[in-house]
Write a protein that binds this ligand. Structure first.
Ligand code: FES
Ligand code: FES
Length: 155
């Protein structure tokens, strides 16, 4: 049975009515029309759907609405804007990382959480933090360069 939810997303509260078991990803894309988090696997295996919930990167495809409560959800659109991008978004452009772009959301949201918690991550720490993400275009080397570049920009 549907219930009412007030979702705090990118600093705005959105009221929706939905099944409590519905994944947060569906609410973000279909109810709130935020389409940066992507549906990849739907099984927490690829990371394309990653958003931050109270600062932690989570897989929104397996996060039921009932577990969100009043947590602050941040999507890629809330991380930075075209006018004021997050350093990792800037680094992505400067390193010309994207190919098809389908996976970008997951890598940037996960990388941004790493850079917030660790100012100067080692290459091993970057690889470890990003190890659960998939990019079918094989942009992994340029992603690594972008995270290092963003760390320098933020340092
Ligand atoms: S769509 Fe959520 S991890 Fe793949
Ligand atoms: S850029 Fe295409 S899947 Fe990563």
């Amino acid at each position: 049975m549907n219930q009412k939810f007030s979702l705090n997303v990118d600093g705005k509260v959105h009221s929706i009515e939905a099944d409590p078991e519905m994944p947060l990803l569906y609410a973000l894309r279909n109810e709130i029309c935020l389409n940066n988090p992507h549906f990849g696997c739907g099984l927490a295996q690829c990371g394309a759907c990653t958003v931050h919930m109270d600062g932690q990167p989570i897989r929104s495809c397996i996060t039921p609405l009932s577990s969100v409560g009043d947590a602050k959800v941040v999507t890629l659109a809330g991380l930075g804007t075209a006018d004021k991008p997050h350093p990792l978004q800037t680094a992505y452009v400067e390193e010309e990382v994207p190919q098809c772009g389908y996976c970008i959301n997951g890598w940037i949201m996960t990388g941004a959480a790493l850079l917030r918690d660790k100012k100067k991550p080692t290459e091993a720490e970057i690889k470890e933090a990003l190890s659960g993400l998939k990019c079918r275009c094989g942009t992994h080397i340029s992603i690594l360069r972008a995270v290092k570049r963003a760390a320098e920009m933020m340092g």
